[in-house]
Design a binder for this molecule. Structure first.
Ligand code: GLU
Length: 449
């Protein structure tokens, strides 16, 4: 194992986030390799860490001042053993090959856990939609698709949203794909309802994360009634996490964006959440505006000189990191434990550093890694693909019900795998092993390709 990690590191020494994701998986699947010598013989690890295909391209576009701008576009087609490549696109200035490779790697196992036939991929650009006009965003999306369209397709690779890509961007991307191919297919998920989208897709990641957390609580004969929760982020995942926690009788006291966070001791109820949704989804404003409307809340600006994030330093029962990677470090994890947090469910991808995860595990928290807890989003994307293929649209209750069943099944797979491999209660081990075994068996079935 050390050997393979060394190879990964020496091939791409700068890809820190990718190394982090690979290290976590390789460390936990060691007992599986010991039990199945054929996995080593087939050089499964060497193959699984190498993307099947990697596409990088120039994205030139013109801003509103008539200046030409150039960004970098990517699509990582990581693994297609159990289905066509599937995973979101991220538009954010922090996007690099390392970030997208880590996300694509995680996506492979996450998608395997959903029970649906989807391989893993991820893509995006270092383009920053923040502060751009609708026209600039449209021109960028059109230019991005002018290259991407030749690599994707409803049976090949099906992108979707992620950070910086919501309904608006999916619309612009889909419009250009349709024009170039002259076909109306389910090539992207997260589409608007009127033209092929699925009910519950916007809600799916947040709802799914809370369903997963509720399953974890039920193993302790507990539920969300009266639980106080810390949620980070204020985008799609965070918003619907708050909605579902409220519905189940819990209370959410924090939300954040890249400039700071709000703490509202009274709880972010339905009306306040409606305000946040309008603020973030329509006006595209900053979370700071929350305290202008609700004076009981406190706003704290991001302070990069601190060695921790004060959002994670409040008394609470549960935490839902739903912003971005590595947002909980060792100090934050200790703060959470010391403040009485008993459950952490990751709405974001890899929001906890390896040191933070160690602290959750040592302290026996109910800790759900992103690849299990946030799989509801891509799962409903899979359901959107199924509806597109059948040219029908399922009612809300049907999709929500299927989402619940999928999250329950992911929870069960994690529990079963963690018990089978001697780590009961460790959802990280369970998720990695369950996802890994499914993908690897498919790879073996299909020979050396
Ligand atoms: N970006 C989401 C994720 O991290 C959703 C991907 C999709 O729907 O394809 O899983």
């Amino acid at each position: 194992m050390t050997n393979i990690l060394d190879v990964v590191k020496s091939k791409d020494p700068d890809q820190k986030e990718f190394h982090q994701a690979v290290t976590e998986v390789l460390e936990t699947v060691q007992p599986v390799l010991d039990r199945n010598p054929e996995f080593r013989q087939a050089a499964i690890l060497e193959r699984i860490v190498e993307p099947e295909r990697l596409i990088m391209f120039r994205v030139p576009w013109m801003d509103d001042q008539g200046q030409v701008q150039v960004n970098r576009g990517f699509r990582i087609e990581m693994n297609s053993a159990i289905g066509p490549y599937k995973g979101g696109l991220r538009f954010h200035p922090s996007v690099t090959l390392s970030i997208l490779k880590f996300l694509a790697f995680e996506q492979v196992f996450k998608n395997a856990l959903t029970t649906l036939p989807m391989g893993g991929g991820k893509g995006g650009s270092d383009f920053d939609p923040k502060g751009k006009s609708d026209n600039e965003v449209m021109r960028f999306c059109q230019s991005f698709m002018l290259e991407l369209f030749r690599h994707i397709g409803p049976n090949t690779d099906i992108p979707a949203g992620d950070i910086g890509i919501g309904a608006r961007e999916i619309g612009f991307l889909f419009g250009m794909y349709k024009k170039l191919r002259n076909e109306f297919t389910g090539v992207l998920t997260g589409k608007a309802l009127a033209w092929g989208g699925s009910l519950i897709r916007p809600e799916a990641t947040g709802y799914g994360c809370v369903y997963f957390a509720a399953e974890m609580l039920s193993t302790k004969y507990d539920n969300f009634e009266g639980k106080s929760c810390l949620v980070s982020g204020s985008g799609n995942v965070a918003q619907y996490t708050v909605e579902k926690i409220n519905e189940l009788g819990g209370k959410v006291v924090t939300l954040s964006d890249s400039t700071g966070y709000i703490f509202d001791e009274e709880g972010i109820d339905k009306d306040k959440l409606d305000f946040v949704m309008r603020l973030k989804n329509i006006r595209r404003g900053r979370i700071k505006e929350y305290i202008e409307k609700y004076s009981g809340a406190v706003y704290t600006e991001v302070d990069t000189s601190l060695d921790h994030n004060p959002l994670w330093d409040h008394k609470a029962d549960c935490a839902f990191p739903s912003a971005t990677q590595n947002e909980i470090n060792e100090k934050d994890a200790n703060n959470l434990v010391n403040n009485g947090v008993k459950l952490v469910a990751e709405g974001a991808n890899m929001p906890s550093t390896p040191e933070a995860i160690d602290i959750f595990v040592e302290n026996k928290l109910l800790y759900a890694p992103g690849k299990a807890a946030n799989a509801g989003g891509v799962a409903v994307s899979g359901l959107e693909m199924a509806q597109n293929s059948m040219r029908i649209s399922w009612p809300k209750e049907e999709v929500d019900n299927r989402l619940k069943i999928i999250m329950k099944s992911i929870h069960q797979s994690c529990v079963d795998a963690s018990e089978e491999y001697g780590a009961p209660g460790n959802y990280m081990v369970g998720a990695n092993i369950a996802g890994f075994v499914k993908v690897v068996n498919a790879m073996l079935d299909q020979g050396l390709v």
